[in-house]
Design a protein around this ligand. Sequence first.
Ligand SMILES: [Zn+2]
Length: 255
Amino acid sequence: MKFGIDIGHNCPPHDTGATGIKQEDTLTKAVGTQLIQKLKAAGHTVIDCTPTTASSVNDSLRQRTNKANTNNVNVFVSIHFNKFNAIASGTEIFAISNVSKGIAQSVLKEILKLGFKNRGVKNTGFFVLKNTQMPAILIECCFCDAKVDMDRFDAEKMAEAIKDGLIGQSDEDDLPKPDKSYILQITKATVLKPSTDQASELAQESLVDIEPGNYPVLDVRFEENHYWVKWPDKSKGNRNQHFVFAGHSKVIEKD
Ligand SMILES: [Zn+2]
């Protein structure tokens, strides 16, 4: 597997993390650095998606997702720490696609073994989740302003738990299997377009015609007026992920 690891913030002066009992930047750096070492030691390829300089927060985030997309990583992992009111505590993981949520559950389960409070897997479309072309999770390891969390926190144990959650259940070569499968039912001929930012500028030949029919897909999510789809093979063009227009189509869950 090829992992894209995004060590949250750490890109001064514009993109720096929260300040609590400890600095978020210090915590994400400690966990991320050890996670990278552990994944490599387990035989995986790791792309460090953390930029060193950026002109704005947007630029910092854009560089992270571009690096993951350009390197075609299998899974993108963004590491963060929460801050709220010094009372809130625990771990939450954000993910928006179905495969991503499965990975998030697996990682959350491992982190909870360390004793952190379970705040669940949540569905907020953060920039790095929406702009990566592969399953992606954003981990809020725990709260950097909560004494109960900072007393419990150990960077090495956190990195180990994340690593176990990422690779414990996955197959050797390909993406983690979704726990459900889906049928995309297309009732009227439509086109697919590659899921890049420049999709509107792409030449006509990069659009793929799709005939009415039932198409098994590995993963799917609805975004505004179209679906994002992960096909089981590359027959729908040389990219594995495309948007399909939502009109005249629906998704059927198969158990
Ligand atoms: Zn953060």
